[in-house]
Design a protein around this ligand. Structure first.
Ligand code: FE2
Ligand code: FE2
Length: 194
């Protein structure tokens, strides 16, 4: 069976779109976490859905797709490969922080006592870490990948095993993300009206 390959330039466009979507979810999360800090009632179901999305899409699809692009860059050596050794550990650490935060939200929803400071601290660490990571990719790694595509228009990777549809930003609401899907649509409309 022949592998189904995708052009790196097309994969990069999807990765950049994922970053915009994740940035929106991080802003939504910060808004709700601010309510925790203000002793107001945050929407923990929404927070849980955001972290569920991060588990099934960001950690399971987005980062592995990037790993394939970075492996292709690494195989070309030279300037393409500089500093790339840190990327997989970064993805792994983000996944660990992601699980920890989702567990916090799960515990709150199920009525288990969780320190308010723990929720705020874990959310803060996760958002900072993921933002810094995306910033590194946007300002450095994706630009190097663009250069690779400019030098070799046929540069490609096999992402066929990572072809799952985005369950929130993929155009239609997928169970169990209906509520998050509606909220994201609302935010997108509000942003267009501004
Ligand atoms: Fe990444
Ligand atoms: Fe990324």
């Amino acid at each position: 069976m022949t592998a189904k390959v995708s052009k790196v330039s097309e994969v990069l466009a999807a990765l950049r779109s994922d970053h915009r979507n994740m940035a929106m979810l991080l802003r939504l999360m910060e808004h709700e976490i601010q309510r925790v800090e203000d002793d107001e009632e945050p929407d923990f179901e929404l927070l849980h859905d955001i972290m569920h999305y991060m588990a099934v899409y960001a950690d399971a699809i987005h980062h592995p797709r990037e790993d394939l692009v970075y492996a292709e860059m690494r195989s070309r050596g030279g300037g393409f490969a500089d500093g790339l050794d840190g990327i997989e550990p970064d993805h792994e650490e983000i996944a660990v922080l992601s699980i920890r935060l989702r567990n916090d939200f799960d515990a709150v929803i199920s009525g288990t006592a969780v320190q308010r400071e723990q929720v705020i601290g874990d959310a803060d660490e996760y958002t900072r870490r993921l933002r810094d990571h995306m910033q590194w990719e946007e300002s450095d790694l994706f630009k190097r990948a663009d250069r690779m595509c400019a030098e070799d228009r046929s540069a490609s990777v096999d992402v066929s095993h990572l072809s799952a549809n985005d369950p929130v930003f993929g155009g239609e609401a997928q169970s169990p993300f209906a509520k998050l899907f509606e909220r994201v649509r609302f935010e997108a409309k509000a942003a267009m009206a501004r």
